[in-house]
Design a protein around this ligand. Structure first.
Ligand code: FCB
Length: 449
């Protein structure tokens, strides 16, 4: 048994990383616009102002997806294109809709459907509207209510054609890097106490959004995507596997933001990990029962972004260990262990919502982009995923990161993660060798691996 019959084969992107058009058609600035324009945070002073200019070239990009046989596409919507934000005296907002921003996603969704590509929409891929940040952003509990208004707007406009929704992309990463380490927007360095409340407000926003979407789109499938580095067992013995599982889902105060169970236990089980609550009593005492009810509103799937696994006992990397252009180790069994462990703990269908690698790609003398390392990386990782599916893990789809080379956050345009090469000077798209290879994998539903 391999991948299921209607397996979703796709690629993934995020609004800020590809769209450009940062101030067009009534879009308000997001925290990423502000962070990049400041000039000091991003490699080579790059910004997403233009990025891949997908806002104007989406038709060409959808046609490329169709050429390569993709049946699904995961993209995010920029909250800052959908609503406008007028401050009110009570510290909140009077929202109104931005018809031009909504029209852009209407056309993108129609274009996808015309090419038989199923849209998977992420509501929040890190680009918080700046007016919300000015009122405290995720530290402000009201942010959950504002997110609900946004989710409702998305469901109302697109729910007739979109049936798969992901509330948040990688809360651990945008909170860890944006609010704790300060290397991503909005660039804050908060302590653990604040991080816990920020996390809780995001959990609430998630719960409210799930309810809002389901009330307006009863046949919607709603989930959330986590970033995760599975702990790889030291060997295949029962004890080693158990030890890896325990380490994987452990949750300690000092690195709570990176803990899988901190983010996922509340959503699926309705509780924060016991070990955390006993360490953080102020936080534990402030959590209301109704909050937990809301947070555990039933979801339909879990999205996992997996690029690499980690060892039980991290050691110095051996010389010559294969790694990618962003220095991430190549660990092909990560998809196998990650899906297996998540399914064991949460028992929900799983999508791999991101996996892929940054390669040192360039255009060769023959005008093509040869990326044998990417083909080998994807091949190995997909074999691990197929093994997990073969063991009965309910895996529904795989989205390669990414459709196009794009703006890789603080790393700017240096890492190239795309299946399609982007020449940023001309915006010319050149499918890499791996795109042709991925097409054959999709055609055989992974049987040719
Ligand atoms: C993930 C992000 C995605 C992209 C990849 C490389 O953490 O979700 O936007 O940057 O990493």
């Amino acid at each position: 048994m391999g991948f299921c019959k209607d397996f979703a084969w796709g690629t993934a992107t995020a609004a800020y990383q590809i769209e450009g058009a940062w101030n067009e058609d009534g879009k308000v600035p997001s925290v990423w616009d502000m962070f990049c324009h400041d000039g000091s945070h991003i490699k080579d002073g790059n910004t997403g102002d233009v990025a891949c200019d997908h806002y104007h070239r989406y038709k060409e990009d959808v046609a490329l997806m169709a050429n390569f046989g993709l049946n699904s596409y995961r993209f995010s919507i920029a909250w800052s294109r959908i609503l406008t934000f007028k401050s009110t005296e009570d510290g909140g907002f009077a929202f109104s809709e931005n018809p031009k921003g909504i029209a852009f996603y209407d056309s993108l969704i129609d274009e996808l459907r015309a090419h038989n590509i199923t849209p998977y929409v992420t509501l929040y891929h890190w680009d918080l509207p700046y007016p919300i940040c000015q009122k405290g952003g995720w530290l402000n509990k009201s942010c959950a209510d504002w997110f609900e208004v946004y989710a409702r707007t998305i469901a109302k406009h697109f729910g007739d054609r979109v049936k798969h929704f992901i509330t948040f992309n990688e809360p651990s990463v945008f909170v860890g890097l944006g609010y704790k380490e300060g290397t991503h927007a909005p660039g804050y360095k908060f302590d653990t106490r604040d991080i816990l409340f920020i996390g809780h407000h995001i959990q609430l926003a998630h719960g409210k959004a799930v309810r809002a979407i389901k009330s307006l789109v009863p046949d919607a499938k709603v989930g959330i995507t986590f970033a995760t580095q599975p702990v790889l067992p030291e060997n295949e013995s029962k004890e080693a596997i158990r030890a890896a599982y325990e380490a994987y889902f452990s949750c300690k105060k000092e690195d709570v933001v990176w803990s899988e169970s901190f983010w996922c236990d509340p959503i699926v089980k309705g509780v924060y990990p016991e070990s955390l609550l006993s360490e953080c009593t102020e936080f534990a005492d402030s959590i209301q029962k109704e909050d937990m009810e809301l947070i555990k509103t039933k979801i339909d799937f879990i999205g996992l972004n997996i690029y690499l696994g980690r060892l039980m006992h991290p050691q110095k990397r051996l010389p010559g260990t294969p790694h990618t252009d962003v220095n991430w180790d190549v660990t092909p069994s990560a998809l196998y262990w990650g899906t297996k462990f998540f399914y064991e703990r949460y028992n929900l269908p799983i999508y791999i919502t991101e996996n892929g690698m940054a390669c040192h790609d360039w255009v060769s003398l023959d005008g093509k982009v040869h990326d044998p390392n990417r083909i080998d990386y994807l091949h190995r990782y997909l074999l691990g995923l197929r093994n997990a599916a073969g063991e009965g893990i309910d895996i529904r789809g795989y989205f390669q990161w990414s459709l196009l080379d794009n703006f890789e956050w603080a790393e700017g345009y240096n890492p190239r993660f795309g299946m399609i090469y982007c020449d940023y000077a001309t915006q010319k798209r050149i499918p890499k060798d791996s795109a042709y290879w991925y097409k054959t994998v999709i055609e055989s539903n992974g049987e040719n691996l």
